[in-house]
Design a protein around this ligand. Structure first.
Ligand code: C5P
Length: 394
């Protein structure tokens, strides 16, 4: 399994429908899947490697004989979460059913036990041939999901069952297997992430340890579930966030300005950023000499979340907290004081969580009992919180 749980191998068999899989690839990418195309060698007669490389943005291999030192069929198989084999010809289905491993695609399929969707496309005589019928029955009995081909006109003048299904039907079946629900379609999510920095002088600042990893996970998860996502990013890695719209900010006050402008238009606000509680009263324009750095006078920053209370209509508001003790009590009082619907409190004792890929803590809502999360990936937490938001959005 990959670290993102979104890695897909799109296997291409040697059928004329291979060209239709260019569209399948595009639709998969739009839905947030990370796709590696693995064509059979003979399928390259229909659509060549250059097309697949250009569309997928990834190298394309057909044989196990490239980069042999990396044992590519095993490492790729280990790094794949789902297979979509479309189109699957009678020959490819036969090879898979018989456990052949005579090219990269069949070797990968043999070396992996993740869910696999097979989309057959062939002449009706081949589809109805007893050999194919037996092979499909074998694959289904082994847990492969084999779609029924459509009935209608084929490439030549014949018609019957064997047509490659419509892209939308393939994607729907694939989503059902992966659980990739588009349950945030049409919803606008405003997410803050990272940690604000309050300048002392041109060199120094008051900052915090937030890496922005959780906000990244939230933004990507929301995007994959169909939301329009706006990330207000304070000092965090914003590369590779695809269609997420990003507003970089430095300080708490800057973050507040953007929030005040954007909040009214959002359906869900997730305040994942670590906002500095205070800022220097004065920001020096020149670098302060070491000998003068004896004390910094601070003034409190506004509580951004609490300030949004007056603008709140029916938005769902999710907050984060980082605590080392009395997790539930302090989270419950923040939930109420800041007008939140959901709060996730990280247990950051012993240097845990900041900058890490996993988290542990508690989810508190106004209506449900508290949920303790032992250790989950930040990707998983993102989806768990989004599940709560979807439920509360009704
Ligand atoms: O810092 P505190 O534990 O109160 O933060 C809890 C929540 O409040 C977080 O979601 C954080 O983004 C938000 N917050 C804020 N404005 C502040 C401090 C924190 O909106 N000045």
């Amino acid at each position: 399994m990959s670290s993102t749980t979104r890695e897909v191998v799109l296997g291409i068999g040697a059928g004329i429908a291979a060209y239709k899989s260019c569209d399948v690839l595009r639709r998969l990418q739009e839905r947030g899947y990370c796709v590696t195309v693995v064509p059979t060698p003979s399928s390259l007669n229909f659509v060549g490697s250059a097309t697949w490389e250009a569309l997928s943005g990834r190298p394309v291999k057909t044989q196990v004989w490239q980069n042999v030192d990396e044992v590519p069929h095993i490492s790729m198989a280990d790094n794949t979460d789902f297979f979509l084999i479309a189109p699957a010809t009678a020959d490819l289905i036969a090879r898979i059913a018989h456990g052949r491993a005579d090219d990269l695609l069949s070797a990968l399929i043999l070396a992996s036990d993740v869910p696999k969707l097979i989309v057959p496309a062939m002449h009706p005589k081949m589809w109805n041939n007893a050999a194919t019928v037996d092979n499909v029955a074998t694959l289904r009995a082994r847990g492969f999901i084999v779609m029924e081909p459509d009935t209608g006109r084929l490439t030549g003048s014949d018609s019957g069952q064997g047509r490659f299904p419509e892209t939308s039907a393939i994607i729907e079946s694939f989503d059902a297997i992966t659980g990739n629900l588009q349950d945030l379609k049409g919803k606008r999510l405003l997410i803050t992430g990272g940690g604000t920095r309050e300048p002392i002088d041109p060199v120094r600042f008051i900052g915090n340890s937030s890496s922005g990893k959780q906000a990244r996970a939230l933004a990507l998860a929301a995007l994959r579930r169909g939301a329009t996502v706006h990330l207000i990013a304070a000092h965090m890695d914003t590369s590779g966030l695809g269609d997420v719209s990003i507003t970089p900010v430095q300080t708490a006050l800057e973050m507040g300005d953007v929030l005040n402008k954007e909040f009214a238009a959002c359906d869900v606000l997730i305040m994942c950023a670590a906002v500095a509680d205070a800022r220097p009263v004065q920001q020096s324009t020149g670098k302060i000499k070491k000998s003068n750095l004896t004390s910094i006078q601070l003034q409190e920053n506004p509580d951004l979340l609490a300030g949004l209370g007056t603008l709140k209509k029916d938005q769902i508001m999710i907050g984060f907290a980082a605590e080392t003790s009395d997790l539930v009590e302090s989270a419950r009082s923040k939930l109420l004081a800041k007008g939140l619907d959901i709060i996730y409190v990280n247990d950051v004792s012993n240097g845990a969580i900041f900058g890490k890929d996993s988290t542990q803590g508690m989810i508190l809502t106004r209506t449900h009992s508290d949920i303790a999360l032992k250790e989950v990936s930040k990707d998983a937490l993102a989806n768990i919180l989004l599940d709560h938001a979807v439920r509360q959005l009704g």
